[in-house]
Design a protein around this ligand. Structure first.
Ligand code: DX5
Ligand code: ZN
Length: 220
């Protein structure tokens, strides 16, 4: 099943719960939670308390994307009952297997993310152990950037590796997804689609969510 995960990075933080309810009413599947530390990426977003303020305000599970150094120090903070995935960056983990095991030990599905310039070969030794691979389609740090097209070839290659080895991780794409390119992303093999500014920047995020889902339904 294809899933849409709107990123609250582009939501109006002064009315976060209402914004989340709008996309839930539109049928979104997950809430993408972009955590930035000002070190791994050149921006600071928010931490676990902001995410936890949404616990119980929505039924959508959290899809946590940690763009932070030393993620092990903070994993437990993000492991709520509503957390489905915690994803860490390959580039930020010195002991990646240990960090992935740590996430799983908290009862949460574990994801690994790679920046656009990081080759898939860096994941060779971890693919069998993860529940999700997040392909960054922009350089992380900011919403509203343009998708880097070479990432679509990377998605196709990852789908091939997954099928050939009968692995069952999900492939997620994150960055620059719009109504105009989401179909091409799906055709390239991605299964979870993050969309920030294109959902929350719309005049009616609920309606925009429905428009995305109508396109995804073609590929469901
Ligand atoms: C990028 C974040 C993304 C981003 C998506 O640093 O990880 O989740 O906010 O936003 P858009 O869809 O606006 O590129
Ligand atoms: Zn993200």
């Amino acid at each position: 099943m294809l899933q849409l995960a709107p990123s609250i990075l582009s939501a109006d933080f002064s009315r976060l719960a209402e914004s989340v309810k709008e996309i839930e009413a539109g049928g979104a599947h997950l809430i993408h939670v972009d955590v930035m530390d000002g070190h791994f990426v050149p921006n600071i977003s928010f931490g676990a308390p902001v995410m936890k303020s949404l616990c119980g305000k929505t039924e959508m599970p959290f899809d946590v994307h940690l763009m932070i150094e030393e993620p092990d120090r903070y994993l437990a903070d993000f492991a709520t009952e509503q957390t489905e995935y915690i994803t860490v960056h390959q580039e930020a983990c010195v002991h990646l297997n240990r960090t992935i095991s740590h996430i799983k030990s908290l009862g949460i599905k574990a994801g690994v993310a790679v920046n656009p310039a990081t080759p898939l070969t860096t994941l060779d030794c971890i693919l069998a152990d993860v529940d999700m691979v997040l392909l960054m389609s922009v350089n992380p740090g900011f919403g509203g950037q343009k998708l880097i097209p070479s990432v679509l070839a990377k998605a196709k290659e990852l789908r091939r590796i997954k099928q050939e080895n009968t692995m069952d991780f999900k492939i997620e794409i994150d960055g620059g997804i719009t109504l105009g390119n989401v179909e091409e992303a799906v055709d390239s093999g991605v299964e979870i689609i993050v969309a920030g500014s294109s959902v929350f920047g719309a005049e009616r995020p609920e309606q925009r969510t429905r428009e995305f889902l109508d396109i995804l339904k073609g590929g469901l």
